[in-house]
Write a protein that binds this ligand. Structure first.
Ligand code: SAH
Ligand code: MG
Length: 217
């Protein structure tokens, strides 16, 4: 948690209305400790999508489709490809997305996203929310598939506030937290990206893919 509990509770009271389906997924995620995106983060991402109007989105880390449904709703013109390596989660995501009436424009791919995505489809928006220790791998792999001017959104980049001070992390989380910290530096210094780091939810980074230096495309 990045903010105080009081501020968090207050922000939660400002959360958008949501469907019974989304509420059910929130309950299931809480019961099963599936780390779905926090509502203030979703609100922020939805605004970016409404402004940016992507027509194709690649999501890395579907879990049970909670964030996917929010993204698809905020970008009704978009087709979405979402990758989840856990077979049972991918299956549940597929069913939940169908229940939301979005199966026609969302493809759930059950695969390890570090293996890349077959084909050469490009995307206007990339949402990274899978294994936190592998964000750099995901970014390096998929950035070439993002159009110039495309949005790259990364969730959990402050990881419970621990990324600001990895020495506060226990032994188990420390390596992952260090990797996220390196990843944030990587984003900051990436020549193709303009990035801002936002302390909402568990921390989100939003980047725009800039024109390649020396190109006028
Ligand atoms: N975006 C979801 C939450 C995703 S949780 C939401 O906000 O609703 C992270 C998910 O990434 C987990 O379900 C995990 O199984 C998946 N994952 C982790 N590493 C992965 C990889 N290498 N390839 C594909 N999925 C991965
Ligand atoms: Mg997340």
């Amino acid at each position: 948690m990045i903010t105080t509990p009081e501020v968090d509770a207050y922000l939660a009271s400002l959360a958008p209305e949501r469907s019974l389906l989304l509420r059910r997924l929130e309950r299931e995620a809480a019961q099963e400790e599936i780390p779905i995106i926090q509502l203030p983060s979703v609100q922020m991402i939805r605004l970016w999508l409404l402004a940016h109007r992507p027509t194709s989105i690649l999501e890395v880390g579907t879990a049970i489709g909670y964030s996917t449904i929010w993204l698809a709703d905020a970008a009704p013109q978009a087709s979405i490809v979402t990758i989840e390596m856990d077979a049972s989660r991918a299956e549940r995501a597929q069913a939940n997305i169908a229940e939301a009436g979005m199966a026609g424009r969302v493809s759930v791919i059950q695969a390890d996203a570090t293996a890349g995505l077959p084909g050469d489809q490009t995307f206007d928006c990339l949402f990274i929310d899978a294994a936190k220790g592998q964000y750099r791998t995901f970014l390096d792999l998929y950035l070439p598939r993002i159009v110039t001017g495309g949005l790259i959104i990364c969730d959990n980049i402050l990881f419970r506030g621990l990324v600001a001070d990895p020495s506060q992390a226990g032994k188990r989380l420390r390596p992952m937290v260090e990797k996220l910290r390196d990843f944030n530096d990587y984003l900051r210094n990436h020549p193709q990206l303009e990035t801002t780091f936002i302390p909402v939810g568990d921390g989100i980074a939003v980047s725009v893919k800039k024109q390649e230096p020396g190109s006028d495309a």
